[in-house]
Design a protein around this ligand. Structure first.
Ligand SMILES: O=P(O)(O)OP(=O)(O)OP(=O)(O)OC[C@H]1O[C@@H](n2cnc3c(O)ncnc32)[C@H](O)[C@@H]1O
Length: 168
C-alpha cells in the first residue's frame, strides 16, 4: 500500500517514513488551503486534513497524510501547535495533535505583526530553513525534541488509531 504525504518538507516526510518504514512513502505538494501561518488549533487541523484529503484522492488505494504547523493562544500566551491527519481510501479521517510549547514573547509579537514563524526562526537563529530541520520546537527545547521527532509522535498517533479501528 502506498502512503502519500502532502508536503516536500523533509521533517514531515521523514517522520512518515520513520513510522511507515515497510511502506512506500511518496510526497505530493498539497496546499493546506488555510492561511500560510495558521493561528488556531482549528485552522491548523483543517490544513492537515485538506492536505491528507488531496493525497488520498490523488491515487486510488493510497493512504493520505497531512501534517501542518501553526500557533494558537491559551489566554495571552502563544503556543506552537502541530496537527496531523490520515485519510483512508474510503475517506475515513483520523486526526492527532503534537506536543506544544509556549513561544517567547518577542517571537509572538512578530507573529502577531504578520510574519511567518519559519522566517522569524531563520532570523532569530541566523540559520537557514529551521522549519525543515530542528524546527522551533528543537530550538526552544535545547534540541531535546526535533520537529521530525515531534511529527513522528503525531504520525504514530495516526497510524495507531487507523490500525485500531480497521480491526473493529
Ligand atoms: O512545506 P510545508 O509542508 O508547507 O511546511 P512548512 O513548515 O513551510 O509549513 P507549515 O504549514 O507546517 O507551517 C506553517 C508556518 O509555520 C512555520 N512553522 C511551523 N512550525 C515551525 C517550526 O517548528 N519551526 C519553524 N517554522 C515553523 C512554517 O515555516 C510556516 O511558515
Amino acid at each position: 500500500m502506498r502512503i502519500i504525504i502532502g508536503s516536500k518538507n523533509p521533517t514531515k516526510w521523514k517522520a512518515v517514513q520513520d513510522v511507515f518504514d515497510t511502506y512506500q512513502v511518496d510526497t505530493l505538494n498539497a496546499p493546506s488551503r488555510v492561511s500560510s501561518q495558521p493561528f488556531s488549533d482549528e485552522e491548523t487541523r483543517e490544513g492537515a486534513i485538506n492536505r491528507a484529503l488531496q493525497c488520498a484522492e490523488s491515487t486510488p488505494g493510497a493512504i493520505g497524510i497531512g501534517l501542518e504547523g501553526g500557533v494558537m493562544y491559551i489566554k495571552d500566551q502563544l503556543y506552537l501547535c502541530n496537527w496531523g491527519a490520515l485519510v483512508t481510501e474510503d475517506e475515513n479521517i483520523y486526526t492527532a495533535s503534537g506536543a506544544r510549547i509556549v513561544l517567547p514573547i518577542d517571537i509572538a509579537e512578530q507573529l502577531k505583526a504578520g510574519s511567518e514563524l519559519g522566517d522569524i526562526m531563520d532570523q532569530y537563529t541566523r540559520k537557514e530553513e529551521v522549519r525543515e530541520n530542528e524546527g522551533a520546537i528543537g530550538i526552544f527545547t535545547n534540541d531535546s525534541i526535533s520537529r521530525r521527532n515531534m511529527f513522528v509522535h503525531v504520525v504514530k498517533l495516526l497510524r495507531g488509531q487507523w490500525e485500531y479501528w480497521i480491526n473493529k
